[in-house]
Design a protein. Structure first.
Length: 176
């Protein structure tokens, strides 16, 4: 499920328990501000964390999952099969977003908040695609090449905490 959300997909009890465990890790990070996707499970996750850390959540649609287009709401196996037969990374063929669209969206978010929060520790609560695309861009990698060459490459998992030290010029997207 991505957006628009076609059905309610709230956190499970296991998910809530996992978030409560992650909060213990986050307490030591001295987080100043929390930004989150406005999609239900990310929003719920951020609200749980914010309550425990006594912070507010700022929702931003630019942190949403990649738009799957007409693939939204289909079984994962069907989506993977369709996407594997398509050369361009992402879901443009299905009236959704390509990976570079997501990178531009997230980069725009960072450029906007940089001046206001440059001296702050920021927690992002988002989704797998925007987060791993952001990570590969920050680290200077091309995601598709990295996935093909590095057998140890591991996408961000649900509830995983990763720290990125971001220098904004790295986020500027190149037009091809």
């Amino acid at each position: 499920s991505c957006w628009p959300e076609t059905f309610e997909n709230p956190l499970t009890e296991n998910g809530i328990e996992a978030i409560n465990q992650v909060v213990e890790i986050l307490k030591d990070k001295k987080i100043d501000v929390i930004f989150a996707s406005d999609i239900l499970r990310a929003k719920q996750t951020a609200e749980i964390v914010a309550k425990k850390l006594e912070l507010e959540v700022i929702l931003d649609p630019r942190l949403r999952e990649i738009n799957f287009g007409s693939m939204n709401g289909n079984p994962v196996a069907d989506v993977e099969k369709q996407v594997q037969s398509y050369r361009e990374p992402g879901y443009k063929k299905f009236d959704g977003e390509g990976y570079e669209d997501v990178v531009e969206r997230v980069a725009g978010f960072f450029q906007e908040i940089d001046a206001r929060y440059s001296d702050k520790v920021i927690l992002l609560v988002s989704h797998q695609s925007p987060l791993y695309l952001l990570e590969e861009r920050v680290n200077g990698f091309n995601l598709l090449e990295m996935m093909q060459k590095d057998s140890n490459y591991r996408q961000i998992e649900k509830g995983e905490v990763r720290q990125l030290n971001i220098v904004l010029p790295i986020l500027e997207t190149e037009k091809v």
